[in-house]
Design a protein around this ligand. Structure first.
Ligand SMILES: NC(=O)c1ccc[n+]([C@@H]2O[C@H](COP(=O)([O-])OP(=O)(O)OC[C@H]3O[C@@H](n4cnc5c(N)ncnc54)[C@H](OP(=O)(O)O)[C@@H]3O)[C@@H](O)[C@H]2O)c1
Length: 242
């Protein structure tokens, strides 16, 4: 039975991925940061024998302290998908050091620390496939999203470096560059805006992406069909960056 760790599994892309992999019969380690997130995971997957982990990745020392023990119980991984992503929208005049540090910690530092723990004592099977969810924000300048965009650019760079470093251990590391996806987070974002039109969708000319399309792409990167791919940024942006 394959084992996959999904961080940020309680909503959106992570939740849909958990459903797909669970239906395929995989054993899952599912992380969320809130009680509501963990409750949602238990409601959906409680009967499936998966392992649940509540952890705040803005403080990566929880990963340092807790993940190794969890993996010892859970077993060696075939997949790790980092779906945790904190969004932040702030003009420079409202910049806060702690806010940017929290975004960097959750979006990228926690990813690297997780990789350190997984590889430290070999909590992986040969062929481990690792995927970090990036964003078009890493590739275009938009006002107010400096912290989020910088964190995703750093995530992409760390993916390339880890891919080059870990291929000798038979580990592949790839990124997925997502455009606007039809998730709860997207609807929250749109409801907080005055205008009804989403300017991103003017450039994302193939339209809003559905979560299942993103899950299809992640499953491709997780599986053996992508065995030649390493250190790549798989485009899932419906034309935005073309
Ligand atoms: N949705 C889009 O349009 C879009 C576009 C481009 C890229 N992405 C990227 O795709 C990924 C998933 O986004 P999404 O919209 O599907 O999901 P989401 O609604 O942003 O859910 C994020 C997940 O991360 C967890 N999380 C939040 N804060 C955390 C923290 N401090 N520590 C640990 N976990 C935390 C949440 O747990 P709780 O439920 O417990 O809070 C939840 O499971 C993110 O990396 C995002 O940047 C999304």
């Amino acid at each position: 039975m394959k084992r996959t760790f999904i961080s940020g599994a309680s909503k959106g892309i992570g939740f849909a991925l958990a459903r797909r992999l669970s239906d395929e019969g995989q054993n899952l380690l599912l992380q969320a940061s809130s009680d509501e997130g963990i409750d949602r995971l238990k409601d959906q997957f409680g009967a499936k024998g998966h392992l649940f982990w509540k952890s705040d990745f803005t403080n990566p020392s929880s990963i340092t302290n807790e993940l190794e023990g969890l993996l010892r119980d859970f077993g060696t991984l075939d997949g790790f998908v980092h779906c945790v992503g904190i969004r932040s929208r702030r003009p420079l005049s409202l910049f806060q050091l702690e806010g940017m540090q929290a975004v960097m910690n959750a979006n990228v530092v926690s990813f690297v620390e997780t990789m350190r723990i997984i590889t430290k004592r070999g909590y992986f099977n040969p062929g481990l496939s690792v995927i970090g969810i990036s964003s078009i924000s890493a590739h275009v300048g938009s006002p107010g999203v400096t912290a989020y965009a910088a964190s995703k650019a750093a995530l992409e760079s760390s993916i390339r470096c880890l891919a080059a470093e870990l291929f000798k251990k038979s580990i592949r590391v790839n990124g997925l560059v997502c455009g606007q996806v039809n998730t709860e987070a997207y609807h929250e974002l749109m409801s907080s805006k005055e205008s009804e039109a989403d300017p991103v969708l003017q450039r994302q000319y193939m339209g809003l992406l559905e979560v299942d399309q993103i899950v299809d792409a992640i499953c491709y990167l997780l599986g053996g069909s992508s065995s030649q791919m390493n250190g790549t940024m798989f485009p899932a942006h419906a034309g935005f960056l073309s």
